[in-house]
Design a binder for this molecule. Sequence first.
Ligand code: NAD
Length: 374
Amino acid sequence: MIIGIPRETRAGETRVAATPETVKKLAATGKHQLVVETGAGTTSSIPDREFQAVGARMASADEALGADIVLKVRGPTEHELPKLKRGAMLIGLLNPFDAAAVQSYAGTGVSGYALEWLPRITRAQAMDVLSSQANIAGYKAVIIAANTYGRFMPMLMTAAGTVKAARVLILGVGVAGLQAIATAKRLGAVIEASDVRPSVKDQVESLGAKWVDVPYANDEEREIAEGVGGYARPMPPEWMARQAGIIHERCKSVDILITTALIPGRPAPKLIKAATVAAMKPGAVIVDLAVEQGGNVEGSELDKIVVSNGVKIVGFGNLPARVAADASALYARNVINFLALSLNPKTGEFAVPKDDEIIKATLICENGAVVSRS
Ligand code: NAD
């Protein structure tokens, strides 16, 4: 079989779906040809010669996209679609919530596997691209915030007097939020955090941050807040209003606010209204990690820093692409672990286990049709 690794062509996408480490493993069985597009690793600091050294052949985009198994970071663009081969296996972040995109992939006749839909079960953890990339985004959000903030993060006692530690508030404490707490802690900030899911409180406190509690008015609210499968659900307007009031008060004394709240398949919940931004201190920094899903913060704009009453709202999208080498390394390991369900890493035998729950959950199109979900 030919396994193709094209160069990513979407604007700002610096990652690559395979690295010399994973190519070496795939080539080791001697049963498959590894075809990497020339320059595919350049923006992740991987020169072509490193792929060649582990057995890959450098080739054109047409060849890499026309392979039997195509490993991608992002879904193919309209220019890439015609190059895919009918019956090929396409693996990547295929944006399964975008019905038009899924339809266009189906039209090529590939079997498309969207890694966003990996089930959150123990066996799938090593394949979980959302977690590996969210972890990087949480780290980078704090680094960007520290870089944008005009003051120190840690408390300092100097001959010229004492500098106060930055006060950081993190809203949404999933994978990205937990890493943001850990990173801000290492930089010496004083941290508070909040989430809709009550189970997160212990994790927040164990990382040395203070939990900001938004109480539930009744059992129904608490049940919705528990979420499903590790993911949050939309909360009732009454709870959202209570949260907004509590967060508004906290924001008055916060120096850095990082928001990461997401609900799969829906626009990001709006947690911070313009009035709350207006109540923040001049010089405060907000990093809205949910900007690509519509944003948690009123006024945040994709790939811009908006300044509002002296508060800087950073809306950079695709933060993992700003840590391209490590983001690619982790993503590529996730992908090879997913591929190992079908491609025996020792013998090189290839057979897709159609009944495997991970395969069933991620398959979005096959034989020219979109896979329907009940
Ligand atoms: P996510 O990116 O979908 O959402 C980020 C956070 O935003 C979540 O914690 C969510 O509860 C929170 N949020 C949503 N709406 C909110 C609101 N209105 N107000 C405040 N917060 C809100 O989540 P994620 O980071 O992908 O993961 C969520 C959970 O799943 C984590 O606890 C993680 O540990 C768990 N997880 C489990 C597995 C596994 O078992 N295999 C794998 C990955 C993640």
